[in-house]
Design a protein around this ligand. Structure first.
Ligand code: ZN
Length: 121
């Protein structure tokens, strides 16, 4: 995983769905990224998908003001890992990982198919 991908994310805002585009770039390891919204301020936010019991962490204002204060108070038995508690940057990074894994699986399958073809020739 190394390249930047532009990821579309559906977000419900005041009752209607909107598509947001987020640029996602791997930053460190397999679970940390820089996420940058296409519109508005061009700030890059650090996203860590492993934080908060895999709910994820993001450095954006929405996460810091609306999500993190609630998440920090969760007791072990009330940890609600749901997309409703994830900002668009975290959602985009999770989609990035899904797309990368799919590409990897398809490459592996192609390699296996080519190998089998060569063995049968
Ligand atoms: Zn965010």
């Amino acid at each position: 995983m190394s390249e930047t991908r532009l990821i579309p994310v559906a977000i419900k805002h005041r009752g209607s769905w909107k598509i947001n585009f987020v640029n996602v770039t791997p930053f460190e390891g397999l679970l940390r990224f820089h996420a940058q919204s296409e519109r508005g301020r061009a700030t890059k936010y650090l996203v860590d998908l492993d934080a908060y019991w895999t709910l994820g962490f993001c450095g954006c204002e929405n996460f810091g003001i609306n999500i993190e204060p609630i998440v920090k108070k969760w007791q072990a038995d009330e940890r609600e890992i749901t997309d409703a508690r994830r900002c668009k940057h975290i959602l985009a990074c999770r989609q990035y990982v899904g797309a990368e894994l799919l590409d990897m699986l398809l490459r592996l399958r192609r390699r296996e198919t080519n190998k089998t073809r060569r063995e049968n020739e």
